[in-house]
Design a protein around this ligand. Structure first.
Ligand SMILES: Cc1cc2nc3c(=O)[nH]c(=O)nc-3n(C[C@H](O)[C@H](O)[C@H](O)COP(=O)(O)OP(=O)(O)OC[C@H]3O[C@@H](n4cnc5c(N)ncnc54)[C@H](O)[C@@H]3O)c2cc1C
Ligand code: SF4
Length: 323
């Protein structure tokens, strides 16, 4: 990797100042923990002139509870999120997912906002400048073909943040601030199925906070991922499950996926499981439903069919733990 180039670094103390500083720069980027962005800069993938540092903004660093609600600032670190008592109590999958990101040192400074806004990944893209140049780059950055699907014009780089699929289980909303003011958006609508342009954020928009309603006490949730290096690695497939079982029957079921497509998403058509007996047949059907929608492409060294199969198996295992 290359050395970091000279960059102008701003230290705003408020969301409004951060947005103004970003708007004033010709090619500025928001910088939180830097564990994704700085790597991409050193690989020559990103070339901003200035960075707007977010971790001195008090509003973005708090986890606050109101009746039935929780709000988590965009600059809350992953360690804080993983250790937060109300998050662990009401949104176990979110705390577990945060605790599974990278290694302990990354979680110390990596943030929720950075995790939700991190770039998509592909084995042909997350490489040094000389490696990519020797391979004629690719569609996502400076090149003309996709090495994963050479016949097409679409990029399949995978969104590989751990926390998003867990937040999707709880219909999380994101609060955004930009040059035109603030707005709220369903987290699901922050993403689009395009590895080259996977975020719907407007120009200069900042993710200020995530808001969620607490689920009923009958709801359980959990997160698990498959990865090459158990101590520190992105998910080959990450699976979040939300489930409630009463009188032996499933009364609530959602499954969120990451690492298998350009966006994190909830598995569709799970309504058919509501009212079904929580038994082995049901678990096997759930496994197959998840596997069928985890359409991983050749964006990692690990083959796609393994990632599809492991996604189904993880969903089956997580759901079984609550039967
Ligand atoms: C070795 C290694 C292993 C990793 N393993 C994992 C893993 O297992 N799982 C995983 O999920 N991630 C992993 N990561 C990626 C990264 O560490 C985490 O995703 C982390 O949460 C990113 O947060 P950050 O604050 O460091 O983001 P940054 O690098 O600061 O920012 C990432 C992107 O988000 C934008 N951004 C940051 N905050 C905001 C905001 N509030 N509003 C709008 N845009 C914003 C930045 O401009 C940038 O584009 C790994 C990284 C490394 C280097
Ligand atoms: S999926 Fe294709 S275009 Fe996208 S990063 Fe990989 S090689 Fe590049």
């Amino acid at each position: 990797m290359e050395l970091l180039p000279d960059l102008k670094l701003h230290h705003p103390r408020s969301v409004e100042d951060a947005v103004s500083l970003h708007a004033a720069a010709s090619s500025g980027r928001y910088l939180a923990g830097g564990s994704d962005l700085l790597v991409n800069i050193r690989r020559g993938i990103e070339q901003p002139e200035s960075l707007v540092y977010l971790n001195n903004i008090a509003e973005m660093q708090a986890i606050t509870e109101a009746t039935g609600q929780i709000s988590i600032g965009g600059a809350v670190t992953l360690r804080e999120l993983a250790e937060s008592a109300p998050v662990r109590q009401h949104f176990a999958a979110v705390a577990q997912a945060a605790g599974e990101v990278a290694g302990p040192s990354h979680r110390e400074y990596g943030t929720l906002g950075g995790n939700l806004c991190l770039d998509t990944r592909c084995v042909f893209y997350n490489q040094s400048e000389w490696w990519r140049s020797a391979n004629a780059y690719c569609l996502k950055n400076r090149g003309e073909i996709c090495h994963v699907a050479p016949g097409g014009k679409k990029c399949f780089a995978a969104f590989s943040g751990d926390v998003a699929p867990a937040l999707l289980l709880f219909d999380a909303e994101v609060e955004l601030a930009g040059p035109d003011g603030r707005r709220r958006l369903a987290l699901a609508d922050l993403y689009r199925n395009d590895g080259m342009d996977h975020l719907t954020l407007g120009q200069g928009e900042l993710l200020v906070a995530v808001h969620m309603a607490k689920p009923s006490e009958a709801v359980h949730s959990a997160y698990a991922k498959s990865r090459v290096r158990g101590s520190i690695d992105f998910p080959l497939a990450g699976v979040a499950v939300r489930i409630a079982v009463s009188d032996g029957k499933i009364s609530d079921l959602q499954v969120g996926l990451t690492g298998v497509s350009p966006l994190p998403f909830l598995v569709r058509k799970l309504d058919k499981f509501i009212g079904r007996a929580a038994d082995d047949a049901c678990l096997e059907e759930l496994r197959d439903a998840v596997r069928g929608q985890a359409k991983a492409m050749k964006t990692t060294f690990t083959p796609p069919h393994y990632r599809r199969r492991v996604a189904g198996a993880l969903a089956q295992k997580l759901a079984a733990s609550f039967f």
